[in-house]
Design a protein around this ligand. Structure first.
Ligand code: AMP
Length: 303
């Protein structure tokens, strides 16, 4: 049997979010949380992260009961959990950050267990790029490494983000981040600029306008799954990454066919995520619902 385990490092957070449709305070969030709750439908996933003394145990239980390996989530009794607060106006593609409190992540030094070091796939979800690099350098035998980042890190630690690009096969970002990092307004030019820094594949997420995937040999475009109701886009990018990397972890190699399918799985998972606040919808999701929406996606886009 092919070894498929995925290790993810990233934020495990308490989010305070307002959208035109409601608000939540200190809800479970974080890039690694959204990623792992999505990728678990495809392959076993373990998370490396840190939470503070105020992190409600029920959140860890939710991850565990979904089958996520939480043995790499440390609890730092000396500090508070990472917190992000933000809001969305009617343009749900743009998150406005009100506050980012790194808290326990400021002094976090991840040390991987032997089992985690041997995971076949690594996802460096959005967190301090120096921490992402620290995890990357401990891996023994990863078939591929993918990473994500955001404007916060591009603005505060651009050098570290660029150093990381050299070490990953797949780079995911949203369109504003692609432009900010590369200094190119045109997305194709931005993608080429990023490819020249190291990765084999660049995946640019465009919110409700879908995804652009660019490698040196191919380009693939997909729309987002069209929904009638969207409540909260928080976590859509990480949930997309979970479906995308999850599907690729089951494929023998990164080719156009597997990448196309992975984009659609990512889009399907992200579409469920935005139908509720926090992780409510994805936590209750069943594999048959993923299969159904995957088929509908094909019907909606085939010509
Ligand atoms: P996204 O998939 O891009 O919507 O990511 C949303 C998640 O990213 C939220 O649950 C936040 O907790 C988390 N987040 C926000 N800012 C940061 C940051 N600077 N570093 C790591 N995670 C973050």
């Amino acid at each position: 049997m092919v070894e498929r385990r995925i290790l993810a490092v990233g934020s495990v957070a308490l989010d305070t979010v307002r959208t035109p449709f409601g608000r939540v305070k200190d809800a479970l969030g974080g890039s690694a949380t959204y990623f792992s709750m999505s990728a678990r439908f495809f392959s076993p996933v373990a998370v490396v992260a840190v939470v503070g003394r105020d992190f409600p145990p029920r959140h860890l239980r939710l991850l565990e009961s979904a089958g996520v390996d939480t043995s790499g989530i440390e609890t730092d009794q000396g500090g508070r959990t990472f917190r992000w607060s933000g809001y969305y106006d009617f343009d749900l593609n743009t998150a406005h950050t009100l506050k980012t409190e790194l808290n326990v992540f400021q002094s976090f030094r991840p040390k991987l267990s032997e089992m985690h070091k041997r995971a076949r796939h690594l996802f460096l979800a959005n967190i301090d790029p120096d921490l992402q690099m620290r995890v990357r350098s401990q891996m023994r035998n990863a078939a591929f490494t993918a990473c994500d980042t955001m404007n916060f890190w591009i603005e505060n630690k651009k050098k570290s983000v660029l150093a990381l690009l050299k070490k990953v096969e797949i780079f995911l970002c949203n369109e504003a981040e692609a432009r900010e990092l590369s200094g190119e307004f045109n997305l194709m030019k931005a993608a080429r600029w990023m490819l020249a820094k190291g990765p084999q594949l660049v995946v640019i997420k465009k919110g409700e306008h879908g995804v652009v995937c660019v490698s040196r040999n191919f380009v693939f475009l997909a729309p987002a799954y069209l929904l009638e109701k969207v409540f909260d886009p928080t976590g859509a990018g990480d949930t997309f990454a979970g479906g995308f990397i999850g599907h690729l972890s089951k494929s023998p190699r990164l080719n156009l066919r597997s990448v196309r399918q992975a984009v659609v799985y990512g889009s399907v998972l992200a579409s469920y995520n935005v139908e509720s606040f926090s992780l409510e919808r994805v936590a209750a999701l069943k594999p048959r619902q993923i299969r159904r929406r995957y088929r509908q996606f094909r019907e909606m886009t085939e010509f």
